[in-house]
Design a protein around this ligand. Structure first.
Ligand code: C5P
Length: 471
């Protein structure tokens, strides 16, 4: 067994490893061991297509990602802000950070940068800040979160100070501001802080916490603990929802596949199936209505474009996979297409002719890529929620549970496509939602309803899943 000397790695690789290790709270050696183990475990996975494996990069920021400016001021609770950055990024928010001078006494800019994906802004007069411009920094965001918000920062805000980057950005912004105060209980209870709080609330600032409980300082307890990162995330989502007209999927990108695929035999013939695309199109419509930005990758159907949705029309399974990969990253992937399992091994360049022998041509078939399984197994670009469909003619739930495991997705929407079920091509659908719940699968059976009804119920469930109970 060979050994690996970290010292001999190229400088940029070492730097990236150091940042990854810091971000994950591991030593560099542990990080390398884990990366190697993950790589080895993934190597033999045959379902991953070569292009997906080659083309996958670290998660880029979605062009339309919601931008949050997080201001960290100097309190002991600043360590929780590291987890907050992580939780926000897990939900695909782009997080840009400003740290006050005092904040840097509690957490390092290096750790913050490793988690947020770019170095934090620390100085009103630093060169990079001149490039971005503190006015732009203040405005180019959908929400400003101050966590922790110290008594001092609240006092400065209430009085309109702007003597450092954090306060200058807060004074220059038009965005909503969410404060997560954190301080000693006596400081919180002090009349001056309460007066400042009243002023800030009257100015439209929103607060989350502080909570009651033990303080970091030994022997201190009372109201002053910063809200937990997940409470802050819930408050963020609630505020964003309110500022986007109450649309719970605003800022989310959803990729949907729909319809059949056509697998060419020769220039005029193809293998197809009876999928109408109605269910996938209905989901695209419902998701767009709830504010999502939707990419609909559609096989050949007779349905018209869905207004407000990015349409990508394809023919074959391979084209569909390419279009889906090109549409990532996304928060959610919904795979409603009836992708052909097989295609012909050799597509004829010319129309196949009867040769007079009475013998039909032998059509050799090869398996198509499984789009749902491929996306479910992606490491960086995997959507937070991957939803597959299962069209079954018997033992619907049993087969769907097995499919959930086999494909590695999070949910399966199972429907009965036997002649009595009538879902294929019809307007109604009776589905079961099967979700992975630990090692068990949870089953919800929904009443028979129109495909539009199923779409609306599914999309509402997705919004709850992404946003928690914040709304
Ligand atoms: O394996 P089966 O076709 O029954 O699985 C159905 C689910 O898998 C659907 O969500 C369908 O869109 C998806 N699928 C896929 N690529 C394939 C076959 C199925 O994405 N090649």
């Amino acid at each position: 067994m060979g050994s690996l000397t970290v010292r001999n790695l190229p400088e940029d690789v070492k730097k990236r490893l150091r940042l990854r290790a810091a971000a994950n709270g591991r030593s560099m050696e542990e990080e390398i061991r884990l990366l190697l183990a993950e790589g080895a475990a993934e190597a033999p996975v045959a379902t991953k297509t070569a292009s997906a494996a080659k083309g996958e990069k670290a998660p880029p920021k979605a062009a339309d990602a919601t931008q949050i400016l997080l201001i960290i001021s100097g309190g002991i609770a600043a360590y929780k802000s590291l987890d907050l950055i992580r939780r926000l990024r897990e939900r695909r928010y782009a997080v840009r950070v400003v740290m006050t001078k005092a904040a840097q006494e509690f957490v390092t800019p290096m750790a913050v940068g490793a988690l947020s994906g770019e170095p934090p802004f620390t100085d009103l007069f630093d060169q990079r800040e001149f490039d971005v411009g503190h006015i732009r920094l203040a405005r180019d965001n959908d929400l400003i979160v101050v966590a922790p918000a110290t008594a001092d920062l609240m006092a400065k805000m209430a009085n309109g100070h702007a003597d450092d980057l954090a306060t200058a950005a807060l004074l220059a912004t038009n965005s909503r501001i969410l404060l997560a105060p954190a301080m000693n209980p006596a400081m919180w209870a002090n009349k001056a802080t309460q007066r400042n709080l009243k002023t800030l609330l009257a100015d439209g600032v929103v607060t989350v916490g502080p909570n009651r409980g033990e303080m970091a300082e030994s022997g201190e307890a009372g109201t002053g603990r910063m809200a937990e990162p997940l409470e802050i995330v819930a408050a963020v989502e609630k505020l964003l929802c309110a500022t986007t007209g109450g649309k719970p999927l605003a800022g989310r990108h959803i990729v949907i596949t729909a319809g059949p695929t056509h697998e060419p035999i020769d220039p005029v013939r193809y293998i197809a199936n009876r999928s109408s695309g109605k269910q996938g199109y209905a989901i695209a419509r419902a998701a767009a209505e709830l504010g999502a930005s939707v990419t609909l990758v559609s096989g050949p159907v007779t349905l018209g474009d869905v207004p407000g949705v990015k349409m990508v029309r394809v023919e074959s399974a391979r084209d569909m996979l390419k279009a889906v990969e090109g549409a990532l990253p996304a928060d959610v992937g919904i795979f409603a297409a009836a992708v052909a399992d097989w295609r012909t091994a050799n597509e004829g360049e010319q129309k196949l002719k009867k040769d007079g022998s009475g013998q039909p041509p032998a059509l050799a078939l090869v398996e198509n890529p499984d789009i749902l399984a491929t996306v479910s197994k992606l490491k960086w670009k995997r959507p937070t929620l991957v939803v597959g469909f299962a069209a079954e003619t018997e033992k619907v739930i049993e087969h769907a549970k097995a499919k959930l495991k086999r494909k590695g997705c999070d949910w399966i929407v199972a429907n009965d496509v036997s002649a009595e079920g009538g879902a294929m091509g019809g307007d109604d659908n009776a589905v079961h939602l099967i979700s992975a719940s630990g090692t068990q699968a949870k089953v919800e059976s929904w009443p028979t309803q129109t495909k539009d009804g199923v779409a609306r119920q599914l999309v509402a469930r997705i919004a709850t899943e992404l946003n928690g109970n914040a709304k």
